[in-house]
Write a protein that binds this ligand. Structure first.
Ligand SMILES: [Zn+2]
Ligand SMILES: [Zn+2]
Length: 489
């Protein structure tokens, strides 16, 4: 019990001390706040006593005669209207080259010259040294090697007179190195030169076409127009837009001309030329109507047909020669095959066209060499597609006398058309049952009916034979004729 009271008393004591300490602390904080407020509430009074030299306070820059001016300022940075000077005035500035001679020299005394200040209108006048009229200056003109060309005496502000332009081999005179007007001292004036280069324009074979002199660093020009037979001029070996810096030889460049060379039959039909082209990745066979042949080179003869049919006269010829040489081509050229010797085999010339009624027809003409006579002919014709039929419209000798006679059952001329096998055969015997011969042109006109087509690969004369006797009527021969087709548009 007693112990408990002591404890309570201690606790109450501690509480009281804590309250006192807290109260003192509170008072201190209050005083500090009051002091702080009163300090801040005290009004700042500007004091413009600072001389700050900066752009901010600048009134005017320094001039020739006036120092720079600035505003005074307060420690807080504010400026007022009071000013102070700072630094030094710039002083006047006169540039020597601006002085102009006043033309007031006498024999005894130098004249004066005057210039204006670089910044203001103030002028300065001073003695123009050496201008006394009694003075005389020597102006020497010298060559590149200092050899004196001319020497002249010139009064102050007088002009020397340029001597005749000097010459120097390999160079061009371009002027004098120093001005010699308004002379005010002894002068040496030196000739100036630029190196001259020789530019020679030559042809492919070295022939000089033009020779020009070009100043160092300039461009060469020429009026030469190179011309070489068989070639096209394509420019020069040196770019004429480039500057010349040495003696230069410039060569004409050419490209060989190329020409078209065509080989044709007597009627103008092109004989195609087949060759192997090695220019690609692999060799390739190509067929062209015209060969490209470079100037002076030879064309290659194409393989021309053995036989040429003169369709006007229905005669067959063999190739003899070309109408001109093609060993040295110098232009676009057409070379024509000449067929002027009789062809030595029978020829069946097949011509496709239309008759007077507009129907498709094929005219078969058998052309014989003059030393042979025909005894019989077996024509085998294959036509595709396998539609339509053939019939004979006429059979004539020399396009005149009709050959066709109905089979008299007794021999006579026989024509058999088998429209199933698409073949027909023709043979003839004379009235006595004896075979006879024709020495002339024999023609058949065959109607192609019902869609039998006209063209080389749909109407073919194949496996045909001609029985021939020679002109002495002794030796029989069975000959396979040459067959030539032609479509008449
Ligand atoms: Zn202030
Ligand atoms: Zn000035």
């Amino acid at each position: 019990m007693q112990k408990q009271n002591v404890q309570e008393k201690d606790a109450q004591k501690q509480k009281r001390v804590l309250i006192i300490v807290l109260s003192v602390l509170l008072c201190l904080i209050l005083i500090a706040v009051i002091v702080a407020v009163s300090v801040t509430q005290t009004k700042h009074k500007h004091k413009f006593d600072k001389q700050v030299v900066s752009e901010e306070y600048l009134v005017s820059d320094a001039t020739c005669t006036q120092r720079a001016i600035y505003y005074y300022s307060c420690s807080c940075g504010k400026k007022n209207s009071e000013t102070f000077e700072y630094g030094e005035a710039l002083g006047h500035s006169f540039t020597e080259s601006n002085y102009v001679y006043n033309g007031d020299a006498t024999f005894e005394q130098d004249g004066t010259k005057t210039a204006k200040c670089d910044r203001c209108d103030v002028t300065d006048t001073k003695v123009a040294e050496g201008t006394a009229l009694s003075n005389v200056y020597t102006v020497e003109f010298v060559d590149y090697n200092n050899e004196i060309i001319d020497s002249q005496e010139v009064k102050p502000y007088g002009d020397a007179i340029a001597p005749e332009e000097p010459t120097r081999i390999g160079y061009k005179f371009i002027g004098w190195d120093t001005s010699f007007t308004a002379v005010l001292k002894n002068l040496t004036v030196k000739a100036q030169y630029v190196k001259i280069h020789t530019v020679t324009f030559v042809d492919f074979n070295g022939t000089v076409l033009d020779k020009v002199s070009v100043e160092n660093g300039s461009k060469a020009q020429t009026s030469a127009s190179p011309d070489r037979a068989g070639y096209d001029f394509i420019g020069w070996s040196f770019d004429l837009q480039k500057e010349i810096e040495a003696d230069t030889v410039i060569t004409a460049l050419y490209r060989r001309k190329a020409f078209d060379v065509k080989f044709v039959m007597p009627d103008g039909a092109v004989i195609p030329y087949t060759y192997i082209d090695y220019s690609g990745d692999k060799a390739e066979e190509k067929t062209v109507d015209a060969q490209t042949v470079e100037y002076g080179f030879s064309a290659f003869a194409p393989t021309c047909p053995d036989c040429y049919v003169d369709w006007e006269n229905m005669k067959a010829y063999s190739f003899t020669k070309w109408d001109k040489s093609f060993a040295n081509i110098t232009d676009n050229t057409v070379i024509t095959a000449i067929y002027d010797s009789e062809y030595n085999l029978p020829v069946i010339a097949v011509k496709f066209g239309k008759n007077g009624n507009g129907d498709d027809i094929a005219t078969l003409t058998i052309c014989l060499p003059s030393n042979l006579k025909m005894y019989a002919i077996n024509l085998s014709i294959d036509y595709k597609p396998e539609v339509g039929s053939m019939s004979i419209e006429s059979a004539t000798v020399n396009s005149a006398s009709p050959l066709w006679v109905e089979d008299n059952g007794n021999g006579g001329n026989q024509l058999v058309i088998n429209n199933n096998t698409k073949q027909f055969t023709f043979a003839w015997v004379d009235a006595n049952g004896k075979s006879f011969t024709y020495t002339n042109v024999l023609s058949f006109i065959i109607n192609l009916d019902g869609g039998a087509r006209l063209s080389g690969d749909t109407f073919e004369v194949e496996n045909s034979t001609v029985l021939i006797v020679s002109s002495d009527d002794k030796d029989f021969q069975k000959i396979t004729p040459v067959i030539i087709y032609r479509v008449v548009e």
